[in-house]
Design a protein around this ligand. Sequence first.
Ligand SMILES: Cc1cc2nc3c(=O)[nH]c(=O)nc-3n(C[C@H](O)[C@H](O)[C@H](O)COP(=O)(O)O)c2cc1C
Ligand SMILES: CCCCC(=O)C(=O)O
Length: 353
Amino acid sequence: MTRETAPAPVNLRDFEPAARARLDPAHYDYFAGGAQDEITVAANEAAFRRHTLVPRILRGQGAPRLEVTVLGESASMPILLAPTAFHRLAHPDAERATARAAAEAGVIMIAAMLSTVTIEQIAACGAKLWFQLYIQPDLDFTASLVRRAEDAGCRALVVTADSPALGRNERGDRNRFHDLPPGIHCANMEEEGKVRQVVLSPDISWRHVDWLKETTSLPIVLKGVLHPEDARLAVEHGVDGLIVSNHGGRQLDTVPASLDRLPLVAEAVGGTVPLLLDGGVRRGTDVVKALALGAAAAAIGRPALWGLAVAGQAGVERVLELLRNELANALTLCGAASPADVTDGLLGGVAWK
Ligand SMILES: Cc1cc2nc3c(=O)[nH]c(=O)nc-3n(C[C@H](O)[C@H](O)[C@H](O)COP(=O)(O)O)c2cc1C
Ligand SMILES: CCCCC(=O)C(=O)O
């Protein structure tokens, strides 16, 4: 009897159906889904499709170098792992597998506060780490998390600012998926044998950012910036970097694609702080477009989860390898020697809707 096997994924998008075939349907929906009609989820990828690239020719640059330094941290390419919660739903090795893949690939992993193994366990896997924080109204507890992230060797704090409440995920409602399964919990929230409830609080404000600046000497990166006025305020409040992001379309639906907000935010900050972008990055050409519109690097969320679900550490490594190869190819075809060589001169405008 011949056994049919699915063809191996050749690009990031191929990983999604492969992951779906392995995941509990409710967990797949949690990873894939977005808020309400998922208009923003679709918009994120569509924005990359609309932008065109106009390559330069005969530049004789040789193979591109991909290394970058972001906030003093070197990385093998301008791609980070965006923070995503609950990796244990995708694979038993959970965030450890993701961190080992990041270490192997030499990329920065933004470890989610809502990880299913502790930040100390993630740090033991050797990746360059930043720590993503949902500021909790209990500031003593928040400060204790910050101390733990510092002690574990995290080199920046990523404060998620787009979540004064949880977005409305109707797939979760349909699946009645509102709690983690038994045996899986937010490991960083455990205290004296009990797991603290996570609070996404509408009371969080710039005051808390000021407080955090007093509390830590780590660079602070604000995640979820879309409005140029907020970008200006962030710089005024001494924030060290911004992530232009709509949380993968999971918070407020009908928000524009993050790529479409990047030029406005870039103009507002005028090069004072580095910008990162996430949302819909699936191709090497997407990364080039993000760089051309003002980002220092781009981050991927769901594709890493799909890789994790398909083959644990090896799956995440493969996702990163495919994206690295595509980025190198795209830069070569653009006549660009490095990420720094990418300017808006490579953009041909928005050619189709
Ligand atoms: C399953 C899932 C969980 C996420 N969890 C978090 C989180 O805990 N904290 C956070 O700041 N962002 C979280 N995000 C948002 C990602 O950091 C990122 O903004 C988004 O996934 C990027 O879009 P992409 O998935 O299209 O690459 C999550 C996204 C997904 C898909
Ligand atoms: C309370 C869970 C929030 C995790 C998250 O940020 C997401 O699923 O997008």
